[in-house]
Design a protein around this ligand. Structure first.
Ligand SMILES: N[C@@H](CCC(=O)N[C@@H](CS)C(=O)NCC(=O)O)C(=O)O
Length: 205
């Protein structure tokens, strides 16, 4: 049995999507963010870092979205790296890029905006870094439906959270039509809709 420790409005939503794409049985344990957006202390009883997602399967505890996705893709033989070398290269790149390159400036923007007046001098440079990413990604999606080619892979599922958050609060708009079309393709998938239904509150869809 799979148990997913799911925090509302968080990265764990994309793991529900992956589980729905794989049509697996799973149980959701829910956690509600505190007023300051942090996870409740009860999540620390599951893993010392107290972050979501956490996946438990066969008495093993998995953390880090990318590692969890890779484990699921390997185990079930679906949504992993495409067979063609270019598709596989892209898959590995985007599995890392989502958390390693795109989330840091998004988090930076969140902090800078929270700082209000104090954060003013940092607004432009942070947004300019984000715009570099959006331009690059829009170009990457030109002429291909998904990040690695013609088929949805776990790399797309990893990329969904940062790009949803970017659309909600970091200036990802109609200047980047290929990304918006890709987001729509993600949101149109029946498994995505089922994951939303099961996950509860999610501000970014
Ligand atoms: N790189 C980790 C990040 C985990 C993470 O920071 N999760 C956020 C949810 S979006 C969280 O639990 N935040 C609550 C907190 O930090 O207290 C992953 O992808 O799994």
């Amino acid at each position: 049995m799979i148990i997913i420790h799911h925090l509302n409005n968080s990265r764990s939503q994309r793991l529900l999507w992956m589980l729905e794409e794989l049509q697996l049985d799973y149980e959701i344990k829910r956690y509600e963010r505190e007023k300051d957006m942090s996870a409740p202390a009860s999540l620390r009883a599951v893993h010392p870092l107290g972050k979501s997602p956490v996946l438990e399967e066969d008495a093993v505890t998995y953390v880090e979205s990318g590692a969890i996705m890779t484990h699921l893709a390997d185990k079930h033989g679906r949504f992993g790296p495409p067979e063609d070398p270019e598709g596989a290269r892209r898959w590995h790149q985007y599995m890392h890029y989502a958390e390693g390159s795109l989330m840091p400036p998004l988090f930076g923007k969140l902090i800078v905006m929270k700082l209000g007046f104090l954060g003013m001098p940092a607004r432009k440079p942070v947004q300019s870094r984000l715009d570099d990413h959006f331009r690059y990604l829009d170009d990457e999606l030109s002429g291909r439906a998904w990040f690695c080619g013609d088929e949805l892979t776990a790399a797309d599922i990893m990329m969904s959270f940062p790009l949803e958050a970017a659309q909600a609060r970091a200036g990802l708009d109609e200047r980047y039509p290929n990304i918006l079309a890709w987001l729509k393709r993600c949101h149109d998938r029946p498994a995505y809709a089922r994951a939303l239904e099961r996950g509860g509150e999610y501000a970014y869809a």
